[in-house]
Write a protein of this length. Structure first.
Length: 257
């Protein structure tokens, strides 16, 4: 997968200058970000209120090139490192690590947005938690995700008001995992109040439904401060299949929320 991403990027730099309509490194992405999804590439610290665990995300969706005017389309690099940290006094030992990398192809036909993601995800178990009760496993996925979003508020009452849905299909996954379905949305007022929801199913099985709710305040256009509630199947690859329910405090930064 990494080789495919590098070849695609090389092709862009070779062929991009041929198009006079190409804008390199545009300031914004076209497709709205999934504010409530724990797997969305972002910069964030999520501290569980029970004090036993902390999650950290280091990543972004980085726009590479954009073409067209009225109906633009764009390509961006998607990359993130997702960490789960335990608590040992004043130390936070690493427990699990998920890495994601891939490309996103986006376009818009207002008020609709469309995206195709080609992604690789791998998950690893660290030795930072001596109390861990599950064994490490081989976890690797290569998958394509097709998504559509709709900006449903055009009256100006909201700064953003978006609903979205998508389907992921794996062409290689260990353990086997073919289909994933997700839906969600978020609203953000001009004053900064933000509410987001993200629901996902693994292998379209309602027994492994994941629910994530984000509630808080967005300021300086890109910073978010608030609460995250998660319930259902754990989103970390090494912990998939384990039921969780937690309330967390989250501070995040999005290049293009």
């Amino acid at each position: 997968m990494l080789r495919s991403v590098l070849l695609a990027l090389l092709g862009l730099f070779i062929l991009g200058p041929v198009s006079k309509a190409a804008t390199w490194l545009p300031a914004e992405t076209l497709f709205p970000r999934h504010l409530a999804s724990p797997l969305e590439p972002r910069m964030a610290i999520t501290a569980h209120l029970d004090g036993d665990q902390m999650d950290a995300a280091l990543g972004q969706g980085i726009p590479i090139v954009q073409f067209g005017g009225t109906h633009p389309w764009a390509i961006q690099l998607e990359a993130a490192a997702l960490f789960t940290l335990g608590r040992d006094g004043s130390f936070f030992p690493l427990q699990t690590f998920d890495g994601l990398v891939g490309l996103g192809f986006e376009t818009e036909r207002q008020p609709f947005f469309f995206r195709l993601r080609l992604m690789h995800q791998s998950a690893h178990l660290a030795d930072g938690d001596s109390t861990v009760t599950f064994r490490g496993k081989t976890f690797s996925r290569e998958y394509a995700t097709t998504e559509v979003a709709y900006a449903f508020d055009r009256s100006g009452r909201f700064k953003q008001a978006v609903v979205y849905g998508g389907l992921s299909a794996s062409w290689h996954a260990v353990p086997e995992d073919k289909l994933r379905l997700h839906v969600g949305g978020h609203v953000q007022t001009p004053q900064g109040f933000t509410l987001g929801l993200h629901l996902s199913l693994r292998d379209t099985d309602s027994a492994v439904l994941r629910r994530h709710v984000l509630l808080g305040w967005t300021f300086k256009h890109t910073m978010f401060l608030g609460l995250r509630y998660g319930k259902g199947d754990a989103f970390q690859g090494q912990r998939e299949g384990l039921p969780v329910e937690d309330l967390s405090f989250e501070l995040r930064w999005d290049r293009n929320p």
